[in-house]
Design a protein around this ligand. Structure first.
Ligand SMILES: [Zn+2]
Length: 172
């Protein structure tokens, strides 16, 4: 992208540590998305929770590292596997600010995640119920629990503002 860097006008949020619910973890994913914008990346962030602890935090880095697979979810799953010493992320929950794309949705199944929580559905590329649903493949043994629309308004606003200000196609 050749446009000048655009400062992120959205502040981070400071969720209470006392109630570690879906909004708490999604707030951390939101803050990762803000970090993505601050690095001039499409603002998508992800967190992985396991046993009540955050074991991974990442944001989209496609432009910065020049890698089409450097999505927040993929980077977070790699971190999480290192953190627990097992590629099977059994019992872990991924929180992500935008519905996972075909690549990331596939990876969530391959990683055996317990649950995926996302903020903004993506009717164009989302593959956990938006455009299609890989989790519903009839012959796949592993199925994810899915929770949708946690902090949907905030995460949508962040994404829409980014694309509006950058005037680029949100097709990713
Ligand atoms: Zn993706």
């Amino acid at each position: 992208m050749s446009e000048a860097k655009l400062e992120c006008p959205f502040p981070k949020v400071f969720p209470s540590q006392f109630l570690r619910d879906d909004v708490f973890y999604m707030s951390l994913a939101y803050n990762q998305a803000v970090d993505a914008w601050r690095e001039d990346e499409v603002p998508v962030g992800a967190i992985i929770e396991h046993g009540g602890e955050v074991i991974a935090a990442a944001h989209n880095q496609v432009a910065g590292v020049g890698d089409p697979t450097a999505h927040a979810e993929i980077l977070a799953m790699t971190q999480a596997a290192r953190a627990i010493g097992d590629w099977r992320l059994i019992g872990a929950t991924l929180y992500v600010t935008k519905e996972p794309c075909p690549m990331c949705s596939g990876a969530t199944l391959m990683a055996r995640l317990k649950r995926v929580v996302y903020a903004v559905g993506d009717p164009k590329m989302g593959c956990l119920g938006g455009a299609t649903d890989l989790n519903a493949l009839p012959r796949v043994n592993h199925h994810l629990e899915i929770t949708r629309n946690i902090m949907e308004a905030e995460c949508r606003e962040l994404l829409q503002a980014y694309f509006r200000l950058k005037r680029v196609d949100p097709g990713e």
